[in-house]
Ligand binder design. Structure first.
Ligand SMILES: Nc1nc2c(c(=O)[nH]1)N[C@H]1C(S)=C(S)[C@@H](COP(=O)(O)O)O[C@H]1N2
Ligand SMILES: [Mo]
Length: 201
């Protein structure tokens, strides 16, 4: 059976090559990728807002967020620039902890994640409800570093990693889809890495 160089490397490292989506290669480092600069964040004034199609809009301080029950996930992450990292682990808060506070309306079907400096990303609400989705403040057993999104980043499964907004400050629920930052620049709206939905609609 023919295997690409990228698949051979995955095999050599002892992983199942079926974990590597088309057009990706495995990296053991964790590359840093974003538009703009790493924001200065002051936890004393930081907050997280949840609003839109919800019964009870919410603003959480850092202490309030950290007081919510924590969960851990492990998943493979895939950047549209073709690097993949296996078994990335994150610790943080599941959406359901916030959902029980804000109570999404039945009309809530889509999400816009809002980050510092105007970055945003969009996806259907079911991806936030996924058991592998997280609002994460730790990665690989340590607090997020500033360049990976400290103090809080999203982790959205089954989509290219650009949907996983770093420096998260808000979750907006909508009854319609609304393109985010990279989506407006021509990145694919769905971003399913198994279907290679990289650019274009
Ligand atoms: N706020 C913000 N989040 C962002 C981005 C960004 O430009 N700004 N880039 C995205 C992209 S394209 C990728 S691949 C991942 C990279 O996360 P990492 O730097 O932790 O690997 O962050 C995503 N989240
Ligand atoms: Mo990316």
């Amino acid at each position: 059976m023919f295997r690409s160089k990228a698949e051979q490397k995955v095999l050599e490292k002892g992983y199942d090559p079926a974990r590597l989506p088309p057009g990706q290669y495995l990296t053991e480092k964790w590359p840093v990728l974003h538009a703009g600069s790493v924001p200065d964040v002051d936890l004393a004034t930081w907050d997280l807002k949840v609003w839109g199609e919800v019964e009870e809009p919410l603003t959480l301080t850092w202490e309030q967020l950290r007081a919510l029950p924590a969960s851990e996930i492990t998943l493979d992450i895939h950047c549209v620039t073709r690097w993949s990292r296996f078994d990335a682990s994150f610790r943080g808060v599941r959406w359901r902890e916030l959902a029980s506070l804000v109570r999404p309306k039945p009309t809530a079907r889509f999400v816009v994640a809002h980050a510092e400096q105007g970055f945003s990303s969009n996806f259907p609400l079911e991806f936030l409800e996924d058991e592998h989705a997280l609002l994460a403040y730790e990665a690989d057993g340590a607090p997020l570093t500033p360049d990976h999104g400290w103090p809080l980043r999203l982790v959205i499964p089954r989509k290219y990693f650009w949907k996983s907004a770093k420096w998260l400050r808000g979750i907006e629920l909508l009854d319609h889809d609304q393109p985010g930052f990279w989506e407006r620049y021509g990145y694919h709206n769905e971003a399913d890495f198994w279907k290679e939905e990289r650019y274009g609609f």
